[in-house]
Design a protein around this ligand. Structure first.
Ligand SMILES: Cc1ncc(COP(=O)(O)O)c(C=O)c1O
Length: 510
């Protein structure tokens, strides 16, 4: 059925209201005031960390707000009052959103490896988002593309790559970056895998992965057609770092059997306790065996900025591919993951396709700037605005500061745990991750299953109280409590408070 002229006029009016710059200005001003108030409350600990609600109740509330939409404007609303209604509705929806979410900026947030990002970084993302500076080819997002290239060049130089000889890309998350890097490694190592696939290869190719590798690394083996049975875990030392001597033996063994090795995937640092593999020694072993070295530095890559901690990444510049998440220890909003190739030629070994609807065959000089050629994503967010904006605003020192302060917090927390006799620290932190167990005297002789179950009960009690946010995990078959210092505003006093909070939760449970 054709729309009547009146219907279309009404449609145009609704669209005009949705696109009205005056509404954007008024609502944006109000929004910033709401956000500033939120940060003030949260940073001054005058709020809960996690606003715990049952998921079904959250969905009902979100649905209620969906159904109570404001537009179309009620009869008789003048232009000025529509802007006022939009502004107050946006403020109300934002307050609701803030009241029901996770408060990463609360100094009692010591949970997942997701930071309390520098709020100002979000402003640069906002510009990219609301003007939709997407890319796939250069002309779709020329400035966003330039920003990504500038960020890749600047971070790559910090890593220690030779200017002009390396390449990189920005993608949506460390998982996708690991998959992309390992796909490149597979294609370079096997030559014809992109077109011929992997079936019928005998011996079947393997991926040698740090035994504590993040699941996105091992998942990649499934996605890339290697099969997860083809993952060879690289043995770890006492501190859960890859052992180069044992790696040497593993690679010698595989080479002796003629097994193709897609890559060695090392970690800097690995997720469970934040252990950094000795990259220089591992790179040496890989070079001798002519094996691609991939370094998953999604979490710890930002240590390249720190004078104090950079040594933990010594040798990283020898890796063939490196993943570094800016949305972890560079403290910008998710998602902004970087993938680097030491050898620039490898950037075009990942995908081999043509797409006449995108790539202009006469514009070969632009190929290097067409993100779709090197990225799994076609339409891609302008993900680097946050890093670029903060770096342009405050300089790279801010990234060093964030790394130094959060690792210092982890070391202080570890010292606090060690000074007690009811907490059991489980490792000396190299990064900003600290894992431990709480074992009060009442449980000292209890079976391990009971102690393990108690950690889960404790954590649930703590997070549901909204006092602190920490996570649980498993290590060597045992349940543990896990903290990551992802908020630079956390203080040693806050961490003392965490111990007290756990103790008082335990008293209510025992
Ligand atoms: C070592 C490591 N690699 C990769 C990832 C995955 O990154 P993302 O969550 O950005 O996909 C994580 C996430 O915590 C990680 O710790």
């Amino acid at each position: 059925m054709l729309a009547s002229a009146n219907d279309l006029t009404a449609a145009r009016q609704r669209i005009a209201a949705a696109y009205d710059p005056a509404a954007l200005e008024a609502a944006g001003t109000q929004l910033m005031a709401v956000l500033a108030e939120h940060f003030h409350n949260v940073e001054s600990r005058d709020a809960k960390v996690l606003n715990w609600n049952e998921p079904a109740a959250q969905v009902r509330e979100a649905r209620r707000l969906l159904d109570e939409f404001l537009l179309p404007p009620r009869e008789g609303l003048g232009e000025g009052s529509l802007v006022a209604s939009i502004t107050s509705r946006i403020a109300a929806l934002t307050r609701e959103t803030l009241a029901r979410g996770q408060n990463l900026h609360h100094p009692h947030y010591v949970g997942h490896q997701v930071p309390a990002p520098i709020p100002l970084a979000g402003l640069f993302d906002l510009v990219g988002t609301i003007t939709n500076q997407c890319m796939a080819i250069y002309e779709m997002g020329p400035w966003a593309t330039a920003v990504e290239h500038a960020v890749i060049d600047a971070v790559g130089e910090r890593i220690g790559f030779t200017s002009g000889r390396f390449a990189g890309l920005v993608t949506s998350g460390g998982s996708l970056a690991n998959l992309t890097g390992l796909l490149t490694a597979r294609n370079v190592t096997l030559g014809d895998a992109w077109s011929a696939g992997l079936s019928g290869r005998n011996p079947a190719p393997v991926l040698v992965a740090q035994a504590d590798a993040h699941y996105s690394v091992t998942r990649s083996a499934g996605i890339l057609g290697l099969g997860t049975n083809q993952i060879i875990p690289a043995a770890l030392d006492q501190r859960r770092r890859m052992d180069p001597d044992q790696l040497d033996r593993t690679l010698s063994d595989l080479r002796a059997r003629g097994t193709p090795i897609i890559a060695v995937s090392a970690a800097a640092c690995a997720t469970p306790i934040g252990a950094f593999d000795p990259l220089a020694d591992i790179a040496d072993v890989c070079r001798r065996h002519k094996v691609w070295l991939h370094v998953d530095a999604a979490h710890g890559g930002a240590l390249v900025f720190s004078q104090r901690h950079r040594h933990l990444l010594a040798g990283i510049e020898q890796a063939d591919s490196i993943v570094c998440d800016a949305h972890k220890m560079m403290f910008v909003p998710a998602l902004c993951a970087m993938l680097f190739y030491k050898n620039r030629e490898h950037r075009i070994a990942t995908f081999h396709q043509d797409a006449p609807y995108l790539f202009d065959p006469t514009a070969t000089e632009l190929r290097d700037y067409d993100s779709g050629i090197v990225n799994l994503e076609c339409t891609k967010r302008s993900a680097a605005f946050g890093v670029w904006g903060i770096w342009s605003l405050l300089g790279p020192q801010i990234f060093a500061d964030l790394v130094d302060v959060t690792i210092d917090l982890a070391q202080k927390f570890h010292a606090l745990l060690e000074a007690t006799d009811d907490f059991v620290p489980l490792h000396e932190p190299q990064c900003n991750i600290v894992v431990f167990r709480y074992e009060p005297p009442e449980l000292r002789d209890a079976p391990v299953e009971k102690i393990d179950a108690f950690q889960l009960q404790l954590r649930r009690a703590v997070i549901e109280s909204g006092e602190f946010y920490l996570v649980q995990s498993r290590l060597d078959g045992r349940t543990i409590l896990r903290t990551t210092m992802m908020n630079p505003l956390t203080t040693e006093d806050d961490l003392r408070g965490l111990l007290d909070c756990i103790r008082s939760a335990a008293r209510t449970l025992l």
